[in-house]
Design a protein around this ligand. Structure first.
Ligand code: DX5
Ligand code: ZN
Length: 216
């Protein structure tokens, strides 16, 4: 199985966004995670299109966009058109997940769904064949720097079994409280992509930290 690290720009220094984006661009991280929060789906507001565009300009790497917004169907296509390689919306934020997936695909991006810690993996069973990515939240979405919820490991294992059983090629990504201390545990459980914000940008040597996680 592949191993992908997706550093979250939420923990970057926004006064030096180009510098921090280029730092990740030079690193072994394959994706760049973009957290979009609307202050309604989560109790925090992060950033939107202009900031994402600035990041897009500074790197050729795949932008892995995580939408923590209500009514994602209104915006998914715009994020794909703005240069997202993957657009992930929350299962809890829409009554029409299939419609969102179709809008993302039609706009030329890969489609992902995320579930919050309290949402069981089971809700995704019927959707798995249509998905490119499943994002398991291992903290309550809204803020960087929170502690990893260990029960997420069992959710990853359950999803791995469900994905393998139905022959889906969906990648399992995990987000929240991830560092070199738990990366191996998650890769072993069947995750293929790990998001890391504070662990990367808070490290004395972010590029080395990414390598440590990849080789854990
Ligand atoms: C939280 C975001 C995460 C966050 C991760 O709602 O979805 O991507 O930036 O940050 P860390 O790695 O610090 O938990
Ligand atoms: Zn995220």
């Amino acid at each position: 199985m592949q191993r992908i690290i997706s550093p979250s720009m939420l923990s970057a220094d926004f006064g030096h966004l180009e510098r921090d984006t280029q730092l990740i661009d030079r690193s072994e991280a394959q994706w760049i995670h973009i957290d979009v929060m609307d202050g309604v789906f989560v109790p925090n507001i992060s950033f939107g299109f202009p900031v994402m565009k600035a990041i897009r300009k500074a790197t050729g790497k795949l932008l892995d966009v995580h939408l923590m917004i209500v009514e994602p169907e209104k915006y998914v296509a715009r994020f794909a058109e703005a240069g997202a390689g993957i657009v992930t919306f929350h299962y809890e934020a829409t009554s029409d997940p299939r419609g969102c997936i179709e809008l993302i695909r039609r706009a030329g991006a890969r489609a992902g769904i995320s579930i919050k810690p309290a949402t069981p993996a089971e809700v995704l069973r019927e959707l798995l064949p249509e998905l490119d990515l499943v994002l398991v939240m291992s903290v309550e979405p809204g803020f960087g720097g929170q502690s990893f919820m260990p029960e997420s490991v069992d959710k990853v294992k359950a999803l791995r079994a469900m994905i393998d059983a139905c022959g889906s090629s969906a990648v399992i990504e995990v987000d929240g409280g991830i560092s070199a201390r738990n990366s191996r545990l998650l890769f072993d459980a069947g995750a293929e992509a790990l998001v890391a914000g504070s662990a990367v940008f808070g490290a004395p040597d972010p590029e080395a930290e990414i390598v440590t996680m990849l080789r854990s």
